[in-house]
Each structure stands twice: as structure tokens, then as C-alpha cells.
Design a protein around this ligand. Structure first.
Ligand code: NAP
Ligand code: GCO
Length: 263
């Protein structure tokens, strides 16, 4: 089981004050990694630090907007100086805007692409040179069901996550020769603040229609928990996956395999 250990490794998980990023960082810490995370606001970094401490994890938190290339380069340099070279990068930070495409402004579309696709490019570009110098590294991009499927109102998000799938494959192709493995995790529908609007209990006390829809589309008949992503992340961050490259690991309870329960 040593091949699943991360002792002595520095892991940067972006946007990991809470949600999926926090759960992944917690799992990586459990395998021995030193955790570094960022958020846009100091208030959230502080809240994240407190939450990690409560979980028994001494994390390193920094304020950084992942869409700002200068800020990201400064962050990576600061981490290398204060913590160490980044061995594991999890590009987790992301947003979604649920707007019918023809009603969506180009500004809104660009903002989603900026956070969900341009930022993983910026952060990966910032960490790869030191990974090469160190002899290798692991990059995990948090993709989505929308890397494979579309649905109403999420055109920008699907375009970004589809692009992130191909960015993952291209980093794998270009940097595999330096012992860098770049893979994706494609979560299904996970109960986090990002999906809270889709799970709101209706005024009559019934489940949100989308909630019922997802349960019918998921063989596991449940929403995923952020903690369901921890084990897959440890696998892709560890030596156990040294010959896995360019792969998107869907952690979706079986949604992509299933036509859906007959109404
Ligand atoms: P979330 O609860 O909305 O958390 C997103 C995190 O990203 C927050 O900490 C947020 O910080 C941070 N963030 C957003 N923009 C940022 C920026 N420009 N710079 C730095 N940090 C930024 O989302 P989640 O559900 O945990 O999702 C995390 C990732 O998983 C996202 O990439 C999402 O697309 C993906 N995903 C989620 C699901 C799901 O069902 N929940 C499924 C598939 C994929 P602030 O709070 O300060 O904005
Ligand atoms: C939505 C949801 C999804 C999930 C996730 C599924 O509005 O359809 O937010 O996009 O966040 O990406 O994998």
C-alpha cells in the first residue's frame, strides 16, 4: 500500500476552502501530503485554515485569484520559498453560471471560461517547470459530467469543462516525457454549495425536480458526497498511477453508464 502514500509531497489544491477542493485536500493530507490551498478572499482562506485545523491538518493558505497570471506566478514562487516545490497540483477552483445560452452575455460566458479553463492552464503552466526540474509531478484537473454531456443553461460551463478534458490530454501528451502525469477527475452530481440551488426543497416540501431527475439518472440513487472524490484523488496523486496519463476518471455513481430509471 506504500504506492498510495504521499509522504513528503507538497500538494496545491486551488479553491479549497470548502467543497470538493477541501475534501480532496483532506484525503491527500491523510495520505501524507503537505496541503497548500488558495481562495480569492482572505476571509475564506482564514475559514479554510480553521476547518483544516479542526480536521487535524496544518495547511498553508494563500489569497490568489487563479485567473490572474501574475498573481499565480507570485503564488507559486511564494509556495516554493515557504513550503517547497509543488509535487501535486489539483486544479479545482471553478464557477458555473446557469443561463440559457441566447440570454447569456459574452462577459458571463468569458468569465466561466476564464475560471474553469484559462485558470487551469495558467496554474499548470506555472508549476510544470519546477516539476520538470524535480524529476516529475502530478496534475489533476477537476472536470465534470459536462466534459461529456450538455444540458440546458450550462453552455459556458460545458464548453470549459470539455476544453479542460482536452487540456488534460494535451498536458499528458506534451509533458509525460518528464514523468509528469496529468489526469482528470470527472465528478458526477455532488452535494456542495455549487449544486445547492439544484437540491432546494420546494415550498410544498417536495424534492427539487432536478434533484429527482439526478436520482433517476444515477444507479447509486444518491448524490455524491465531496468525500467520494478523496480516494480517486489519492490514487491519481500517488505513485500507484505513474502509468496512468491523460485519463479522465469519472466518479459519478454510474451516471455516464446509465440510460436512467424508467419513470
Ligand atoms: P464550490 O462549492 O462553488 O467551490 C468552488 C471553489 O472555487 C470555492 O472555494 C471558490 O472560492 C473557488 N474559486 C472560484 N473562483 C475562483 C478564483 N477565480 N480563484 C480562486 N478560487 C476560486 O464548487 P464545488 O462544487 O466544490 O466544485 C469544485 C470543482 O468541482 C469545480 O471546478 C466544479 O466545476 C467541479 N465540479 C463540481 C461538481 C458538483 O456537483 N459540485 C461536479 C463536477 C465538477 P469562492 O468561494 O471565494 O468563490
Ligand atoms: C449543473 C451542475 C453540474 C455539476 C457537475 C456535474 O448545473 O448541471 O452544476 O454541472 O456541477 O459539473 O458533473
Amino acid at each position: 500500500m506504500d504506492q498510495f502514500r504521499l509522504d513528503g509531497k507538497v500538494a496545491l489544491v486551488t479553491g479549497a476552502s470548502y467543497g470538493i477542493g477541501f475534501a480532496i485536500a483532506t484525503a491527500l493530507a491523510g495520505a501524507g501530503a503537505v496541503i497548500v490551498f488558495n481562495d480569492i478572499k482572505q476571509e475564506l482562506v482564514d475559514k479554510g485554515l480553521a476547518a483544516y485545523e479542526e480536521a487535524g491538518i496544518r495547511a498553508h493558505g494563500y489569497v490568489c485569484d487563479v485567473t490572474d497570471e501574475d498573481a499565480v506566478n507570485a503564488l507559486v514562487a511564494k509556495i516554493e520559498q515557504e513550503v517547497g516545490v509543488i509535487d501535486i497540483l489539483v486544479n479545482n477552483a471553478g464557477i458555473i453560471k446557469r443561463i440559457p445560452m441566447v440570454e447569456m452575455s459574452a462577459k458571463d460566458f468569458r468569465q466561466v471560461i476564464d475560471v474553469d479553463l484559462n485558470a487551469p492552464f495558467i496554474v499548470a503552466k506555472a508549476v510544470i517547470p519546477a516539476m520538470i526540474r524535480k524529476g516529475g509531478g502530478k496534475i489533476i484537473n477537476i472536470c465534470s459530467m459536462m466534459s461529456e454531456l450538455g444540458r440546458e443553461t450550462v453552455s459556458a460551463y460545458a464548453a470549459a469543462k470539455g476544453g479542460l478534458k482536452m487540456l488534460t490530454r494535451n498536458i499528458a501528451s506534451e509533458y509525460g516525457q518528464y514523468n509528469i502525469q496529468c489526469n482528470g477527475i470527472g465528478p458526477g452530481y455532488i452535494a456542495t454549495p455549487q449544486t445547492a440551488p439544484l437540491r432546494e426543497v420546494q415550498p410544498d416540501g417536495s424534492k427539487h425536480p432536478f434533484d429527482q431527475f439526478i436520482l433517476a439518472k444515477t444507479p447509486a440513487n444518491r448524490w455524491g458526497e465531496a468525500s467520494d472524490l478523496g480516494g480517486p484523488a489519492v490514487f491519481l496523486a500517488s505513485p500507484a498511477s505513474d502509468f496512468v496519463n491523460g485519463h479522465i476518471l469519472y466518479v459519478d455513481g454510474g451516471i455516464l453508464a446509465y440510460i436512467g430509471k424508467q419513470p
